[in-house]
Design a protein around this ligand. Structure first.
Ligand SMILES: N[C@@H](CCC(=O)N[C@@H](CS)C(=O)NCC(=O)O)C(=O)O
Length: 92
């Protein structure tokens, strides 16, 4: 919805992680371009933030307004609901 508040979406990933690749491929296929990406293999501060906030270094992890969501399937399902609602957050 146009009046829905924009969310902060941040994805923590490792390039070699197959679960991360699945999420990134899904995002690419659905033209999702409003998620800020953090490669924790090259960004140690991001890796530290992931552990501090999420409690573990597992990837992929999506921070939704700073709240961690683990599990690739849950992340894809969540991003899909944003597309379904055609919010301003996610590109069509
Ligand atoms: N069921 C999880 C599996 C995620 C997973 O196993 N990620 C691995 C990398 S491929 C990981 O981060 N393991 C913990 C670690 O490396 O510290 C999902 O689908 O997201």
């Amino acid at each position: 919805m146009a009046n829905e508040k924009a969310r902060s979406l941040e994805l923590f990933y490792r390039p070699t992680c197959p679960f991360c690749q699945k999420v990134l491929r899904w995002m690419e296929n659905h033209n999702v371009d409003n998620v800020t990406l953090f490669d924790i293999t090259s960004d140690s501060a991001a890796g530290q933030r992931l552990v501090e906030v999420g409690g573990k270094k597992q990837v992929p992890c999506l921070f939704i307004d700073g709240k961690p969501m683990y599990e690739s399937d849950d992340i894809i399902e969540y991003l899909g609901t944003l597309l379904d609602h055609q919010t301003d957050d996610v590109a069509k």
